[in-house]
Design a protein around this ligand. Structure first.
Ligand code: ATP
Length: 302
């Protein structure tokens, strides 16, 4: 085992002419981590991945995988990674099995039992020509080729597009297993709920810039919540409104509903110090709402 980060980028920057697709990305993903790389279309996710993999050269900065500089050691690096590109090229006349054989030969062999297990889990039909498969079923072949050599680092560009919800769940289980074995997953996505389910940490990219880097737990803790309190006695709205982060307070005698985006213990201490709390219900914001909050803050800052 190595103590190097699985992936590291330092000042990674890519311009296409006047388009600043990626600006000064500094990122470290540790071994065994599932890292979610989130951003809307055109944010720079594919550019980041392709630059990290040395498919395109950075305008500035460097990237390394398992401590190896990606510009200098791209061949060696390929032996340690699995990659699902956004648009995996396959020969339409080859069956799924032939396609996997082709990829296996490039890498000097594969454990076919494991391939069969992956195919079964994803319900992939490897006997059909890939050109005859739906995009979701073709994607399964792409996933199997990335997982089948049990790579130390898996890099995937929007891999679950086209998979139905059942298969997405299986795929998420597969990613968690990779992480449990100490291997690393770098998952680019705009499916926030998926990232929320599997990732330990999330980077949010917008217009080529990393605007947030958080653990999923912290991101949630920061998120807006809708909270309902039940008290023993009638209460005064001003007590709640005085707490920073509280919004939209509705008081119905002994019942209070409010929105809150601060630390929950701050609110609880203030409220419980004044009134006798009988019950509390909170509805957690999902990443979608948190994501929008980040974008709103960015917009306001510009
Ligand atoms: P998507 O989810 O749509 O794939 P993305 O986050 O992967 O989006 P990128 O494909 O990295 O985004 O694109 C980042 C920016 O760089 C966009 O503005 C895009 O138009 C631009 N871009 C990407 N590739 C090129 C290229 N070869 N030439 C010029 N501009 C490009």
């Amino acid at each position: 085992m190595t103590s190097d980060p699985a992936i590291r980028t330092t000042g990674l920057t890519k311009h296409y002419g006047h388009v600043e697709a990626l600006i000064d990305l500094n990122l470290e993903v540790g071994p065994g981590e599932v890292f979610g790389f989130l951003g809307p279309n055109g944010a720079g996710k594919t550019t980041t991945i392709r630059t990290i993999l040395d498919e395109i050269r950075p305008t500035a900065g460097t990237a390394s995988i398992l401590g190896m500089d990606t510009g200098k050691h791209s061949v060696e690096i390929r032996r340690h990674i699995g990659y699902v590109p956004g648009d995996l090229a396959m020969y339409p006349n080859l069956t799924g099995k032939d396609t996997l054989t082709y990829f296996a030969n490039l890498r000097g062999g594969v454990d076919w039992e494991y391939v069969a297990e992956l195919a079964e889990r994803l319900d992939a039909d490897l006997s059909k020509k890939v050109g005859d498969l739906s995009s979701g079923n073709r994607q399964k072949v792409g996933l199997i080729q990335a997982f089948m050599n049990r790579p130390e680092v898996l890099i995937m560009d929007e891999p679950s597009s086209g998979l139905d919800p059942l298969m997405q769940r299986e795929f998420q289980a597969m990613m968690r297993e990779v992480s449990a074995e100490g291997r690393t997953v770098f998952l680019s996505s705009h499916t926030l709920s998926e990232v929320q389910r599997v990732a330990d940490r999330v980077g949010i990219i917008r217009s080529g810039r990393l605007i947030a880097l958080e653990t999923v737990a912290d991101l949630r803790a920061k998120g807006m919540r809708r909270i309902e309190f039940q008290f023993a006695e009638p209460v005064d709205a001003s007590v709640f409104e005085s707490v920073p982060g509280v919004r939209d307070v509705d008081v119905l005698r002994r019942r209070v509903m409010l929105s809150y985006d601060g630390k929950i213990d701050v609110l609880l201490t203030t409220v419980a110090g004044r009134y006798d709390v009988i019950d509390i219900t909170t509805h957690e914001a999902d990443l979608e709402e948190i994501f929008l909050t980040y974008y709103r803050d960015e917009e306001e800052a510009v």
